[in-house]
Design a protein around this ligand. Structure first.
Ligand code: ATP
Ligand code: MG
Length: 234
Protein backbone atom coordinates (compact mmCIF):
# COMPACT_ATOMS: atom_id res chain seq x y z
CA UNK A 1 0.00 0.00 0.00
CA UNK A 2 1.47 3.41 -0.92
CA UNK A 3 2.02 6.01 1.80
CA UNK A 4 -0.97 8.25 2.34
CA UNK A 5 0.94 11.29 1.10
CA UNK A 6 1.05 9.63 -2.28
CA UNK A 7 -2.66 8.92 -2.32
CA UNK A 8 -4.06 10.33 -5.54
CA UNK A 9 -6.52 13.18 -5.21
CA UNK A 10 -9.16 12.72 -7.86
CA UNK A 11 -12.23 14.70 -8.85
CA UNK A 12 -15.63 13.18 -8.30
CA UNK A 13 -16.18 12.01 -11.88
CA UNK A 14 -12.87 10.25 -11.87
CA UNK A 15 -13.67 8.72 -8.51
CA UNK A 16 -16.96 7.34 -9.81
CA UNK A 17 -15.20 5.87 -12.82
CA UNK A 18 -12.79 4.00 -10.57
CA UNK A 19 -15.23 3.07 -7.83
CA UNK A 20 -16.38 -0.53 -8.18
CA UNK A 21 -19.15 -1.53 -5.84
CA UNK A 22 -20.33 -5.09 -6.17
CA UNK A 23 -23.68 -6.14 -4.82
CA UNK A 24 -23.37 -7.33 -1.24
CA UNK A 25 -20.40 -5.12 -0.41
CA UNK A 26 -20.84 -2.80 2.54
CA UNK A 27 -19.87 0.85 2.64
CA UNK A 28 -18.96 2.72 5.78
CA UNK A 29 -18.68 6.47 6.39
CA UNK A 30 -16.72 7.79 9.33
CA UNK A 31 -16.46 11.46 10.12
CA UNK A 32 -17.58 14.16 12.52
CA UNK A 33 -20.89 15.92 12.19
CA UNK A 34 -21.08 18.19 9.17
CA UNK A 35 -18.14 16.60 7.38
CA UNK A 36 -20.18 15.41 4.39
CA UNK A 37 -21.02 11.75 5.03
CA UNK A 38 -24.66 11.94 4.02
CA UNK A 39 -23.92 14.13 1.01
CA UNK A 40 -21.47 11.59 -0.37
CA UNK A 41 -23.56 8.55 0.56
CA UNK A 42 -26.55 9.81 -1.39
CA UNK A 43 -24.51 10.08 -4.55
CA UNK A 44 -23.65 6.40 -4.42
CA UNK A 45 -27.17 5.05 -4.05
CA UNK A 46 -27.78 5.53 -7.79
CA UNK A 47 -25.68 2.45 -8.32
CA UNK A 48 -28.20 0.10 -6.76
CA UNK A 49 -31.63 -0.93 -8.01
CA UNK A 50 -33.20 -2.00 -4.72
CA UNK A 51 -32.60 0.62 -2.10
CA UNK A 52 -34.28 1.13 1.25
CA UNK A 53 -33.30 4.25 3.16
CA UNK A 54 -34.10 4.05 6.85
CA UNK A 55 -35.36 7.39 8.10
CA UNK A 56 -35.31 7.82 11.84
CA UNK A 57 -35.67 11.51 12.59
CA UNK A 58 -38.93 13.44 12.86
CA UNK A 59 -37.60 15.76 10.14
CA UNK A 60 -34.84 14.98 7.71
CA UNK A 61 -33.83 17.08 4.69
CA UNK A 62 -31.79 14.25 3.20
CA UNK A 63 -34.77 11.93 3.15
CA UNK A 64 -37.00 14.72 1.84
CA UNK A 65 -34.46 15.14 -0.97
CA UNK A 66 -34.47 11.44 -1.84
CA UNK A 67 -38.26 11.50 -2.03
CA UNK A 68 -38.54 14.75 -3.96
CA UNK A 69 -35.57 14.64 -6.31
CA UNK A 70 -34.72 11.00 -6.65
CA UNK A 71 -38.18 9.51 -6.69
CA UNK A 72 -37.86 7.37 -3.63
CA UNK A 73 -41.28 6.39 -2.37
CA UNK A 74 -42.04 7.20 1.23
CA UNK A 75 -43.55 4.31 3.12
CA UNK A 76 -44.43 4.16 6.79
CA UNK A 77 -44.26 0.41 7.09
CA UNK A 78 -42.81 -2.40 4.99
CA UNK A 79 -46.39 -3.53 4.30
CA UNK A 80 -47.07 -0.26 2.47
CA UNK A 81 -44.42 -1.06 -0.09
CA UNK A 82 -45.77 -1.23 -3.65
CA UNK A 83 -45.42 -4.56 -5.44
CA UNK A 84 -42.23 -5.03 -7.42
CA UNK A 85 -43.03 -5.18 -11.11
CA UNK A 86 -40.46 -6.30 -13.65
CA UNK A 87 -36.80 -5.73 -12.98
CA UNK A 88 -36.74 -2.00 -12.50
CA UNK A 89 -35.90 -2.25 -8.87
CA UNK A 90 -37.44 -0.28 -6.08
CA UNK A 91 -36.36 2.74 -4.06
CA UNK A 92 -38.09 3.47 -0.82
CA UNK A 93 -37.63 5.63 2.22
CA UNK A 94 -38.96 3.70 5.16
CA UNK A 95 -40.03 6.49 7.47
CA UNK A 96 -42.36 5.44 10.22
CA UNK A 97 -44.32 8.28 11.78
CA UNK A 98 -42.26 10.01 14.45
CA UNK A 99 -44.06 12.86 16.10
CA UNK A 100 -44.37 11.83 19.72
CA UNK A 101 -41.64 10.20 21.82
CA UNK A 102 -43.67 7.00 22.14
CA UNK A 103 -43.59 6.66 18.35
CA UNK A 104 -40.08 5.32 18.80
CA UNK A 105 -41.56 1.97 19.72
CA UNK A 106 -43.35 1.77 16.40
CA UNK A 107 -40.22 2.96 14.64
CA UNK A 108 -38.25 0.12 16.18
CA UNK A 109 -40.96 -2.35 15.24
CA UNK A 110 -41.30 -1.19 11.63
CA UNK A 111 -37.58 -1.02 10.95
CA UNK A 112 -36.94 -4.44 12.40
CA UNK A 113 -39.70 -5.99 10.29
CA UNK A 114 -38.26 -4.37 7.17
CA UNK A 115 -34.73 -5.53 7.99
CA UNK A 116 -35.98 -9.08 8.50
CA UNK A 117 -37.97 -9.08 5.26
CA UNK A 118 -35.09 -7.68 3.23
CA UNK A 119 -32.74 -10.21 4.73
CA UNK A 120 -35.00 -13.03 3.55
CA UNK A 121 -35.45 -11.48 0.11
CA UNK A 122 -31.76 -10.67 -0.38
CA UNK A 123 -30.39 -8.22 -2.93
CA UNK A 124 -31.28 -5.01 -1.11
CA UNK A 125 -29.10 -2.04 -0.36
CA UNK A 126 -29.95 -0.57 3.03
CA UNK A 127 -29.02 3.04 3.62
CA UNK A 128 -28.61 3.32 7.40
CA UNK A 129 -27.34 6.83 7.87
CA UNK A 130 -27.67 6.99 11.63
CA UNK A 131 -25.98 3.88 12.93
CA UNK A 132 -25.64 5.12 16.47
CA UNK A 133 -29.35 5.76 16.76
CA UNK A 134 -30.27 2.46 15.09
CA UNK A 135 -27.91 0.45 17.27
CA UNK A 136 -28.43 2.10 20.62
CA UNK A 137 -31.75 3.89 20.71
CA UNK A 138 -33.66 1.37 18.60
CA UNK A 139 -31.59 -1.60 19.75
CA UNK A 140 -31.16 -3.02 16.26
CA UNK A 141 -27.51 -3.98 16.71
CA UNK A 142 -28.17 -7.72 16.53
CA UNK A 143 -30.10 -7.47 13.26
CA UNK A 144 -27.59 -5.11 11.69
CA UNK A 145 -24.78 -7.38 12.80
CA UNK A 146 -26.38 -10.17 10.78
CA UNK A 147 -26.30 -7.91 7.74
CA UNK A 148 -22.67 -7.01 8.25
CA UNK A 149 -21.53 -10.56 8.77
CA UNK A 150 -23.88 -12.53 6.47
CA UNK A 151 -25.00 -9.93 3.97
CA UNK A 152 -22.32 -10.45 1.37
CA UNK A 153 -23.47 -13.92 0.30
CA UNK A 154 -27.07 -12.71 0.14
CA UNK A 155 -26.29 -9.68 -1.98
CA UNK A 156 -27.27 -7.34 0.86
CA UNK A 157 -25.29 -4.12 1.11
CA UNK A 158 -25.35 -1.93 4.15
CA UNK A 159 -24.42 1.70 3.60
CA UNK A 160 -23.89 3.19 7.01
CA UNK A 161 -22.48 6.28 8.57
CA UNK A 162 -21.36 7.29 12.01
CA UNK A 163 -19.75 10.25 13.76
CA UNK A 164 -18.67 8.09 16.65
CA UNK A 165 -16.96 4.92 15.49
CA UNK A 166 -16.10 4.01 19.08
CA UNK A 167 -19.79 3.77 19.93
CA UNK A 168 -21.05 1.48 17.19
CA UNK A 169 -20.08 -2.16 16.73
CA UNK A 170 -16.75 -2.78 15.07
CA UNK A 171 -18.67 -4.70 12.39
CA UNK A 172 -19.98 -1.36 11.17
CA UNK A 173 -16.66 -0.73 9.50
CA UNK A 174 -14.41 -3.74 9.77
CA UNK A 175 -16.89 -5.66 7.60
CA UNK A 176 -17.04 -2.90 5.01
CA UNK A 177 -15.30 -3.28 1.68
CA UNK A 178 -15.43 0.47 1.11
CA UNK A 179 -14.40 2.94 3.79
CA UNK A 180 -14.66 6.71 3.66
CA UNK A 181 -12.97 8.86 6.29
CA UNK A 182 -13.24 12.59 6.86
CA UNK A 183 -10.97 14.87 8.82
CA UNK A 184 -11.07 14.02 12.48
CA UNK A 185 -8.89 14.95 15.44
CA UNK A 186 -10.80 13.15 18.14
CA UNK A 187 -8.42 10.84 19.96
CA UNK A 188 -11.03 8.17 20.78
CA UNK A 189 -12.17 8.02 17.17
CA UNK A 190 -8.63 7.92 15.84
CA UNK A 191 -7.72 5.05 18.10
CA UNK A 192 -10.78 3.12 17.03
CA UNK A 193 -10.19 3.46 13.29
CA UNK A 194 -6.44 2.93 13.42
CA UNK A 195 -5.36 -0.11 11.48
CA UNK A 196 -8.60 -0.49 9.54
CA UNK A 197 -8.44 -1.61 5.95
CA UNK A 198 -4.89 -2.88 6.34
CA UNK A 199 -3.53 0.64 6.90
CA UNK A 200 -1.05 1.17 9.67
CA UNK A 201 -2.26 3.15 12.67
CA UNK A 202 0.29 5.86 11.91
CA UNK A 203 -0.77 6.16 8.32
CA UNK A 204 -4.45 6.45 8.92
CA UNK A 205 -3.87 8.97 11.69
CA UNK A 206 -1.70 11.10 9.44
CA UNK A 207 -4.27 10.89 6.68
CA UNK A 208 -7.43 11.73 8.54
CA UNK A 209 -5.95 14.56 10.59
CA UNK A 210 -4.73 16.27 7.42
CA UNK A 211 -7.66 15.95 5.03
CA UNK A 212 -8.99 19.23 3.63
CA UNK A 213 -12.55 20.17 4.56
CA UNK A 214 -15.29 18.01 2.98
CA UNK A 215 -12.68 15.76 1.40
CA UNK A 216 -12.92 12.06 2.01
CA UNK A 217 -10.19 9.46 2.13
CA UNK A 218 -11.46 6.38 0.35
CA UNK A 219 -10.00 2.97 1.16
CA UNK A 220 -10.92 -0.22 -0.62
CA UNK A 221 -10.19 -2.87 1.97
CA UNK A 222 -10.24 -5.66 -0.60
CA UNK A 223 -7.56 -4.44 -2.96
CA UNK A 224 -5.97 -1.64 -0.94
CA UNK A 225 -6.80 1.09 -3.45
CA UNK A 226 -6.92 4.55 -1.91
CA UNK A 227 -8.11 7.91 -3.22
CA UNK A 228 -8.97 11.31 -1.85
CA UNK A 229 -12.01 12.95 -3.34
CA UNK A 230 -14.81 15.39 -2.70
CA UNK A 231 -18.43 14.78 -3.63
CA UNK A 232 -20.39 17.60 -5.20
CA UNK A 233 -22.46 19.46 -2.70
CA UNK A 234 -25.63 17.90 -4.09
N1 ATP B 1 -18.35 18.00 -0.73
C1 ATP B 1 -18.89 19.08 -0.17
N2 ATP B 1 -18.60 20.31 -0.58
C2 ATP B 1 -19.15 21.38 -0.01
N3 ATP B 1 -20.03 21.33 1.00
C3 ATP B 1 -20.35 20.13 1.48
C4 ATP B 1 -19.79 18.94 0.93
N4 ATP B 1 -20.28 17.89 1.60
C5 ATP B 1 -21.10 18.40 2.52
N5 ATP B 1 -21.15 19.73 2.45
C6 ATP B 1 -21.97 20.59 3.29
O1 ATP B 1 -21.70 20.34 4.65
C7 ATP B 1 -22.91 20.24 5.40
C8 ATP B 1 -22.98 18.92 6.11
O2 ATP B 1 -22.99 17.85 5.18
P1 ATP B 1 -23.61 16.44 5.54
O3 ATP B 1 -24.98 16.59 6.05
O4 ATP B 1 -23.41 15.57 4.36
O5 ATP B 1 -22.65 16.00 6.74
P2 ATP B 1 -22.71 14.71 7.66
O6 ATP B 1 -21.32 14.22 7.79
O7 ATP B 1 -23.72 13.76 7.14
O8 ATP B 1 -23.18 15.31 9.06
P3 ATP B 1 -23.96 14.56 10.26
O9 ATP B 1 -22.98 13.64 10.91
O10 ATP B 1 -24.35 15.69 11.17
O11 ATP B 1 -25.13 13.85 9.67
C9 ATP B 1 -24.05 20.45 4.40
O12 ATP B 1 -24.51 21.79 4.51
C10 ATP B 1 -23.43 20.23 3.06
O13 ATP B 1 -24.02 21.03 2.06
MG1 MG C 1 -25.40 12.89 7.99
Amino acid sequence: MPPVDLTPQVDWEEFLRRFRWAQGEHISFIGPTGSGKTTLARQLLHRRAYVAALATKPRDKTMDGLIRNERFKRIRSWEERPPIIGRNGQRVVLWPEFRRPEDQLNQQYQLSIALREMFVAGGWCVFADELFYLCHTLKLTKLLETYWTQGRSLGLSLVGGTQRPAHVPLFAYDQATHLFFWRDNDETNLRRVSGLGGMSAKEIRAAVTRLPEHHALYVNTRDGEMMITRAPRG
